[in-house]
Design a protein. Structure first.
Ligand code: SAJ
Length: 406
């Protein structure tokens, strides 16, 4: 039996996928409310294919509890924030979960850490904690790092098809874990050492963060001198070895704005490009706010509550709003403009911020300037509703004439 610890955005789909492929799985989370929701037959977030997968897993006998299970195989998938000041990974949730596992596990159990951690975290924090508790790694328990790579919005497909990395102390343990993931994963599964696995995951997300920063910087250069950044990127990307990403209002989610800081925190004098790239991405909400102020001034709008932000989630067609550019912008705006802007997002049903709407038409009726912060399909399908409106489109989804861009 596999005990999956942490039933959030990664742990839940992983547990469901394994269960629906014939593996005996119990899901554990310390959040009793979340466990109750799952046991009542409801998923806790929206994702293409998740509900169908959930039903398959239920039929296969998966169940959810707050208790850690007595078994020989654990997958730990808990959050890893970073310390705001040192920028280093904060492994407290991983260590707390492993501590609980040690209380109940069978001798020789495998503990797979899926959470993203900076290179060296297992050796610096997790292994010493295990040894201090009187256990010997490699004998009493085996540590493995198997970072996930699935992208919100396409999680179920990517769980099945992405290649994976397994980092283990020994080939034998690596191969055993590989077999467990191969129960559902159709991609290639590479077995390597733990530190390499830790590094690859952080490097992948850092690569993306740096590339997004490059496009955001281009947007700023083009704005400064009246050039069309989208036309320029389109033409550059026709070169066979150029592939520039999309500029936007900032970088959100729990991965791309977080993981690269682990490297900056651990190697401050060696991460000049990465550190600057992160600052460029972090500066984008303030840049958008400047664009909003410019457009307000040019169009005689003096009341900030006549400005509406379309989209609260960190990207299109997901309901995850962690570190979202809109939330970053609103925090910044509070300090500078005082009065809150209006906000609407079709994926966020509860009230998260002040002046939030739940009806697109009403929202549009109550604002003079619409700022598209997220390119949800809903807005793409309703572009005629924007005709005649003053629009700032930070995602390049609105092809109407007269629309303003980044
Ligand atoms: N963004 C841009 N421009 C782009 C692409 C993205 O501004 O061209 C913004 C998005 O709008 C969003 C943020 O960046 O605010 C991050 O979105 P994303 O789609 O780049 O990535 P995530 O956070 O949804 O998922 C990433 C993925 N990592 C990589 O592609 C290297 C995913 O594969 C990882 O599993 C995930 O992080 C994770 O959990 O680490």
């Amino acid at each position: 039996m596999i005990n999956v610890i942490g039933l959030g955005y990664i742990g839940l789909p992983t547990a469901l996928m394994m269960a629906s492929h014939g593996v005996e799985v119990v899901g554990t989370d310390y959040n009793a409310e979340l466990v109750a929701t799952l046991n009542a037959g409801k998923t806790t977030f929206k994702e293409d294919g998740l509900d169908a997968l959930f039903n398959d897993a239920l039929k296969s006998g998966i169940h959810f509890t707050t208790e850690y299970q007595h078994t020989d195989f654990y997958i730990v998938s808990v959050p890893t924030p970073y310390d705001e000041f040192s920028k280093k990974v904060d492994a407290k949730y991983v260590c707390a979960a492993v501590e609980q596992v040690l209380k109940v596990c069978k001798k020789g159990a495998i503990i797979v850490v899926e959470s993203t951690i900076s290179p060296g975290t297992i050796d610096k924090y997790v292994r010493p904690m295990i040894e201090a508790a009187g256990f010997k790694t490699g004998e009493d328990v085996h540590l493995v790092h198997a970072p996930e790579r699935i992208i919100p919005g396409n999680m179920v497909y990517e769980l099945l098809h992405n290649n994976r990395t397994i980092g283990a102390d020994s080939r034998e343990i690596g191969e055993r874990v590989k077999q467990a993931y191969a129960s559902f994963c159709q991609g290639e599964i590479v077995v390597t050492d733990i530190r390499t696995a830790e590094m690859t995951k952080v490097v992948e997300n850092t690569f993306r963060a740096v590339n997004i920063a490059f496009s955001n910087e281009l947007a700023k250069i083009c704005r400064h001198d009246g050039m069309d950044v989208y036309e320029i990127i389109k033409i550059c990307n026709m070169h066979p070895r150029v592939n520039i990403l999309n500029p936007g209002p900032g970088v959100g989610g729990h991965c791309i704005p977080v993981d690269p800081w682990f490297l900056v925190g651990d190697y401050p004098s060696l991460t000049k490009v990465i550190g600057e790239a992160m600052k460029v991405n972090d500066s984008m909400p303030a840049f958008i706010l400047e664009r909003i102020s410019e457009l307000m001034a040019e169009n005689g709008i003096t009341d900030p509550s006549r400005v509406g932000l379309y989209g609260l989630t960190y990207k299109e067609n997901v309901d995850d709003f962690r570190e979202s550019p809109t939330l970053q912008l609103l925090a910044f705006q509070k300090k500078h403009l005082g009065q809150p802007l209006k906000v609407y997002d079709p994926f966020i049903k509860k009230d998260l911020v002040a002046n939030q709407y739940h009806d697109l038409k009403q929202f549009l009726a109550d604002v003079d300037l619409v700022v598209i912060m997220v390119g949800h399909d809903e807005i793409k399908q309703n572009l005629p509703l924007l005709e005649g409106k003053l629009v700032l489109d930070t995602r390049n989804v609105c092809k109407l004439p007269g629309v303003h861009h980044l």
